[in-house]
Design a protein around this ligand. Sequence first.
Ligand SMILES: [Zn+2]
Length: 116
Amino acid sequence: MHEEAGLHYHRCRWCGTASFRRLLCPVCASSDLKRELSAGVGVVVRTGVVHRYTDAARNESLVRLPEGFVFRCRVVGAPPHQVSVGARVRPVAGDDPDTGEVVFELCEPPRRDDWY
Ligand SMILES: [Zn+2]
């Protein structure tokens, strides 16, 4: 079983800036960060396909989270090239202790008939 799906990030206790996997606040350089769980529905701001012409093609996207930081991740729920900018996505797994990878899935996947 997965732990509760979500994305952990850090929020600076001094200036409130949200950051992801940083040891210091990117704004005020404070190390006084607290760990929080993102509410989670993000929006794709950039998307692309890595190794498009191999079987291992995978999506790589930048997702903007409501807390104000941008997260690079893989989006699933559709073929890699059918993830579009502006699509809403949510995390499907908690921080993986082995790979550290957090995967997002489309909130409104395209109809399977439209794939390919
Ligand atoms: Zn700060």
